[in-house]
Design a protein around this ligand. Structure first.
Ligand SMILES: NC(=O)c1ccc[n+]([C@@H]2O[C@H](COP(=O)([O-])OP(=O)(O)OC[C@H]3O[C@@H](n4cnc5c(N)ncnc54)[C@H](OP(=O)(O)O)[C@@H]3O)[C@@H](O)[C@H]2O)c1
Length: 326
C-alpha cells in the first residue's frame, strides 16, 4: 500500500511517499481501508519528535480516519467487514490502510461524507469535552476563543453558540475573522492588531470573559487571562504558537479564576463511557444539521507534507483533509 512515511524527525519535507507493507490487525483491532484522514496540529508535532510520545521509526502520521473495514481481529464481534467507520489512532492514518483499536472505532453516520467524518472526532470531541466537562460553560456566559478559525477553534465556536454562550472570536487575519462571523461569532478581535485585554473589557462592560478557550499558548495566554471575569475558567487546549506559557499565578487569585487542563485523548481512554456519550451527542447534533464541519481544503495522499506545511505556516482555516479519492 502507499503511505506517507517518517523515518527521522524533522519538518514535512523529510516525509516520504512510499510503498509499504499492509499491517495486520491484532485480536482487538480492525484494518480499515482509509478513505479520508484529517490533518491535526499534533501531526505537525509528531513528525518533529515534539509530541507527548515518540513513535518508533518508520511510522506514518495521521490520527483522525474514516474508511471501510477490511479485516477484523478475532476478538472483534460488533464490527463487520465492509462497514463504514470513523476511528481515532495515535498515528498511521496517512496511508491507504490503517489499524484502529475496535474500542476507538465508531460507525460512520449515514449521510456524513468520508471527508467530513474524518474531520469530526478529534476536533468536536476535544471542544465539547473542554466546554462541557472542563469549563461547565453556561447559557449567557461569555467565552473568548483564541485561534478561533483553526481546527479545534472553529468547533469550539459552533459548540459554544449551540450551548447558548456569547462568543468573542480572536484570530490573526481579517479573512479568518470573517469565517468566525459566518460561524456565528458575536464579536471578533484581531489579536495581531488589537489588545486582547482592552478589547475584551470594552466588549464586556469591564466584566471580562467567563471562559477562555486557548489552543494557541505563548504570550497570548497571559494576555487573555488578564481579561478573565470573576470565577472565570481558562481552558488549556494546546500551544500552536510553539511556546508553553509561564503564567503569573497571582492572576488566578485576583479573579478567583481557574486554569483548567484539557486532554481529550486521555479523557477518551480513562472515561470511555462519558466520552461515548459526548460523541453520541455530537453525532446527533450533526444529524440535525446543527454542526457543519468547515473543510478548508482537501489534498491527495502524496501531498500530505504540503498540507502539514500549510498548517505549520498558519495558512489553513477550519479543517484540512487528506482525501484518498484524489
Ligand atoms: N488538548 C487536547 O486534547 C487537544 C486536542 C486537539 C488539538 N489540541 C491542540 O490544539 C492546538 C490547535 O490544533 P488544531 O488542530 O486546531 O490546529 P490549527 O487548525 O492549526 O489551529 C491552530 C490555530 O492557532 C493559531 N496560531 C497562533 N500561532 C500559531 C503558530 N505559530 N503556528 C500555527 N498556528 C498558530 C492559528 O490561528 P491564528 O493565525 O488566527 O492565530 C491557527 O488557526 C494544537 O496545539 C493542538 O496540539 C489539543
Amino acid at each position: 500500500m502507499k503511505a506517507i512515511v517518517c523515518r527521522e524527525f524533522g519538518t514535512p519535507d523529510i516525509l516520504q511517499y512510499q510503498e509499504i507493507e499492509i499491517p495486520s490487525p491484532k485480536k482487538d483491532e480492525i484494518l480499515i481501508s482509509v478513505k479520508a484522514c484529517s490533518v491535526n496540529f499534533p501531526d505537525t508535532l509528531i513528525i518533529q519528535g515534539k509530541y507527548q510520545f515518540r513513535p518508533e521509526f518508520p511510522f506514518s502520521p495521521g490520527s483522525d480516519v474514516a474508511g471501510v473495514i477490511e479485516k477484523v481481529g478475532e476478538d472483534v464481534r460488533h464490527f463487520k467487514i465492509g462497514a463504514e467507520v470513523v476511528g481515532f489512532i495515535p498515528f498511521g492514518g496517512f496511508a491507504e490502510k490503517a489499524i484502529v483499536k475496535a474500542k476507538d472505532c465508531f460507525p460512520k453516520p449515514k449521510g456524513m461524507s468520508m471527508v467530513n467524518a474524518s474531520a469530526f472526532l478529534l476536533a468536536y470531541g476535544t471542544s465539547y469535552h473542554a466546554l462541557k466537562d472542563r469549563a461547565n460553560l453556561q447559557k449567557e456566559e461569555t467565552i473568548l476563543i483564541l485561534g478561533a478559525s483553526g481546527g479545534v477553534g472553529l468547533t469550539a465556536l459552533e459548540l459554544s453558540k449551540l450551548m447558548g454562550a456569547k462568543v468573542i472570536a480572536a484570530a490573526s487575519t481579517a479573512d479568518k475573522l470573517e469565517l468566525c462571523k459566518q460561524f456565528g461569532a458575536d464579536e471578533v478581535i484581531n489579536y495581531t492588531e488589537e489588545s486582547i485585554k482592552d478589547k475584551v473589557k470594552e466588549l464586556t462592560d469591564g466584566k471580562g470573559v467567563d471562559v477562555i478557550y486557548d489552543p494557541v499558548g505563548g504570550h497570548f495566554s497571559e494576555l487573555a487571562l488578564r481579561a478573565i471575569a470573576w470565577k472565570g475558567r481558562h481552558l488549556v487546549i494546546g500551544f500552536a504558537n510553539g511556546e508553553i506559557p509561564k503564567i503569573p499565578v497571582n492572576l488566578t487569585l485576583l479573579k478567583g479564576a481557574s486554569i483548567v487542563g484539557v486532554f481529550w485523548g486521555a479523557f477518551a481512554q480513562k472515561e470511555p463511557v462519558k466520552s461515548l456519550e459526548n460523541i453520541q451527542q455530537l453525532l446527533t447534533w450533526f444529524a440535525k444539521g446543527a454542526l457543519k464541519p468547515h473543510i478548508d481544503k482537501t489534498y491527495a495522499l502524496k501531498d500530505a507534507p504540503k498540507a502539514l506545511e500549510e498548517m505549520m505556516n498558519r495558512k489553513t482555516k477550519g479543517k484540512i483533509v487528506i482525501d484518498m479519492e484524489l
